[in-house]
Design a protein around this ligand. Sequence first.
Ligand SMILES: NC(=O)c1ccc[n+]([C@@H]2O[C@H](COP(=O)([O-])OP(=O)(O)OC[C@H]3O[C@@H](n4cnc5c(N)ncnc54)[C@H](OP(=O)(O)O)[C@@H]3O)[C@@H](O)[C@H]2O)c1
Length: 410
Amino acid sequence: MTAKKKKIGLFGFGSVGQGLYDILASSKGFNAEVSKIVIKNADKERTLPAEFFSTDANDILNDPTIDLVVELIDNADDAYHIVTSALKSGKTVISANKKLIAEHFVELVNLQKENNATLLYEASSCASIPIIRTLEEYYDNETLHGVSGIFNGSSNYILSKVQNEGLAYASALKDAQDLGFAESDPALDVGGYDAKYKLVIITGHSYGVFLDPDDVFNYGIQHLSEADVEYARSRNLKIKLVAQVSKVDDGNISLFVTPQFVSPESNLYNVENEYNGVTVEAAFSEKQLFYGKGAGGHPTGSAVLSDISAALYDYRYEYKKAKSIVKYSYSKEVELEVYLRFNNQSILDFIPFTAITEEGKNYVVGTVKLGTLLHVKNTLEQDGAFLVSTGKVKKIETNLSQVSQEAVLV
Ligand SMILES: NC(=O)c1ccc[n+]([C@@H]2O[C@H](COP(=O)([O-])OP(=O)(O)OC[C@H]3O[C@@H](n4cnc5c(N)ncnc54)[C@H](OP(=O)(O)O)[C@@H]3O)[C@@H](O)[C@H]2O)c1
């Protein structure tokens, strides 16, 4: 006798929702099917009969026959209501919404515990790359030196088109939007916010450290100029938007998202277009690159399908690193090596570099504290400055003079 198929209540039928539906339709023998889809706009033309659709969230949330809630909408605030309501009623929830998860990470972990409910979100971080379950299950004990990579498909697509094909930034962005890689609000992609949300989630699963995204430095690619591209090209480097969390010492980690110079020796050099690449560097397995499509309806839908499948055998995250006896704290007391190209030299008065190693007509290369970068982000943005890190992070041995320097900045 075949088991009764589990019923899925689906929120959202955009790129990923439709992608998931297509995959489910082609996955013969899969023991779950979509029974209701809640969308926002009742008047939009759909590829499925009208009886599938509703605009009332309660048609899923209050339906006791629905076993799994899959949340694939593009509004993190509405998603918060959907996901928390479903968890509170003990349902199993799957989400691809990195903003929602990163901004309410601790609350969502606790809600699962309090309500004996499950929340899975593999698709939220690098879409088709199975990084969260890998960190949770494969790297559950080995010490991680760092996790870094290209976590945002649309900004990587833009950087590839600009650097490899000479396309103007605006047309490359338009192409990324037309191809469905970009978020509904492209500022999330090109500003490094989307990558930062993923980094916050990955940090939770890598080091058991749960951070407020507002406390993590991100700088985007919007102010990229031909001069920056030329600076990199003349040194045989590419500029990529890189998210990076690394172990600074036995008790501390540090993390940030910035454009980064990448050399041909790096795993990330040939990660182009909408592809993502995640490098995990561990004590004994050493460097491993996970490579795959980081955006698009079908690749993202495939990660959602994998979560549905995992949920069917009662898989849940154990947050193993958070339970480990090895504890880490987040330190901003590190120096980053950066290239800073500015429009007005006067902004340098506001950025206390700890050392300057190269100076050009409108740029400097030097080291600056991560904490300082968080303070001066608005100044950099207002100037239209472009900042690229080299990825080098050095711990600062805190002493009194450094503490007072920080105090002056605040
Ligand atoms: N696209 C990707 O490549 C990708 C990759 C990884 C993760 N994600 C994540 O996946 C999620 C969905 O992204 P997407 O690209 O599929 O978005 P999308 O194409 O813009 O579709 C969004 C869907 O959400 C629906 N919606 C919005 N607010 C709603 C509400 N309050 N109640 C019910 N439905 C609502 C919309 O309804 P209407 O159809 O009526 O407008 C639409 O069907 C987001 O969290 C995104 O961050 C996307």
